[in-house]
Design a protein around this ligand. Structure first.
Ligand code: IMP
Length: 426
């Protein structure tokens, strides 16, 4: 991915999240000097398997698993400080030392316990099926211009003043929601006092770090969380997360200009999944959905919820190519389809009797669309051992060719298993 002309690459999810970005970033990070997370928070769960050890990273970029890579939590992230520190400790317990190579943006907003309380109490969150990690309420405070940022931990008295305001407001909202539980300013202030000594020393102007790195010709990977269809602007609103998951968010969320970005890799599963509520046009029926879920191990990395599963939806990925400006695709979990005799692919939609080639903005229309399917022959052979395209059965290669044609972007990587080495570079 990196070459003399390509130093800054964005990796985004091109469906509804859980596409396997963690593994891709882990593979690409081998040649990256910096990996930057730029949006979302502890709602993400990036799974990476190295040898017999499985790592689930929620807020720390997967690049941390490479000794020489530095990791940044960018300004666009909403950081849950307690979860972050326990993630660091968990890594240390598995022998991963992150001293001197993890940095937090002083502009990133903090997720506090009262944000999680609000998220879980809110009926709106329940309708959307959020992860309950306080993501929406924290972004609400950010855009309401009253949020608490990591840089505020340098001045705890000032942080306490901000908390008074924020906690008071949260309690009024909880009362309106008819919930009995209340947040306490004292408890929140004590939490910050306890965490600040570990957070402040690694808090800095990370946008400047990335800028300097790029000026020096170093390689930077910008790691997205969730997927394009969960983007607050471009996703299936209101069934979305509260950040810009698409490539535009990589620039604002890491503090570098869009002209610094040389390429955008979109990660797609060879089929489709979604966790949480909202339309999923190519969702499979009963037994088939169950089979995809079982074969793909499709349960949420953060919440353990069963994911909804269905066939590859080319309308979704074509849209993702457009709104992200994808310069390449990485197709993951091809091996999950190894046993199917026939594999349907959604090529476009029918909406109220008319052809619909693009994603409708109106979620009610998206709920009514009926996908048109093209059925491709399966390969019924294991693909987990393939390391070159030529090692794949002809039907699997034909399947990939068809996805590429329908999506309108070239496939650069194919992942055929959870292990680091189970990847084909095209
Ligand atoms: P929130 O981000 O917790 O507010 O949840 C909003 C929606 O995004 C819900 O449908 C979640 O299930 C979904 N979501 C959030 N994070 C992820 C993720 O990492 N993978 C897949 N879905 C996610």
């Amino acid at each position: 991915m990196f070459d003399p002309k390509t130093h800054c690459v964005v990796v985004v999810g091109a469906q509804w999240g859980d596409e396997g970005k963690g593994k891709l970033v882990d593979v690409l990070a081998e040649r990256a000097d910096f990996v930057v997370r730029y949006q979302g928070g502890a709602n993400a769960g990036h799974t990476v398997v190295i040898g017999d050890t499985q790592f689930i990273l929620q807020q720390i970029p997967s690049g941390i698993l490479h000794e020489t890579t530095s990791c940044i939590v960018g300004n666009g992230v909403v950081l849950d400080p307690e979860t972050f520190l326990s993630e660091l400790d968990g890594l240390a317990a598995k022998g991963i030392n992150s001293d001197g190579r993890i940095f937090l943006s002083d502009r990133a907003h903090l997720v506090m316990p009262f944000h999680k309380l609000l998220d879980r109490a809110s009926e709106k969150s329940q309708n959307i099926g959020t992860t309950g990690r306080g993501i929406g309420p924290t972004y609400e405070d950010k855009y309401g211009r009253r949020g608490l940022r990591l840089g505020d931990l340098r001045h705890l008295e000032h942080a306490r003043d901000l908390l008074k305001d924020l906690v008071g407001r949260a309690n009024r909202l909880l009362e309106l929601m008819g919930v009995e539980e209340r947040a306490s300013v004292e408890e929140h202030a004590r939490l910050l006092e306890r965490l600040a000594p570990r957070l402040v020393p690694i808090t800095t102007d990370t946008g400047y770090l990335v800028y300097k790195a790029l000026q020096q010709g170093r390689n930077v990977l910008l790691e997205g969380a969730q997927g394009a269809l969960l983007d607050v602007d471009h996703g299936t609103y209101p069934f979305v997360t509260s950040s810009n998951t698409t490539a535009g968010g990589a620039s604002t969320g890491s503090g570098i200009g869009p002209t610094a970005i040389d390429g955008v890799l979109g990660v797609v599963k060879a089929y489709t999944t979604r966790v949480g509520n909202g339309p999923l046009p190519t969702q499979a029926e009963g037994g088939t959905e169950e089979e995809l879920r079982k074969l793909g191990g499709e349960f949420g990395a953060v919440t353990g919820r069963p994911r909804r599963c269905g066939w590859f939806d080319a309308t979704v990925v074509r849209y993702s190519v457009r709104v992200n400006g994808l310069t390449g695709l990485a197709v993951t979990k091809l091996d999950v389809l190894d046993t199917f005799a026939e594999i349907p692919v959604g090529t476009e939609y029918d909406l109220d009797g008319s052809q619909c080639h693009e994603m409708p903005a109106d979620v009610r229309a998206l709920e009514r669309v009926r996908p048109k399917y093209e059925v491709l022959p399966g390969w019924r052979k294991p693909t987990g051992g393939a390391r070159r395209l030529a090692d794949l059965p002809p039907e699997a290669r034909a399947y990939l060719d068809r996805l590429q044609d329908l999506a309108g972007a070239a496939i650069r990587y194919v992942s055929v298993g959870t292990r680091r080495d189970q990847i084909i570079e095209v």
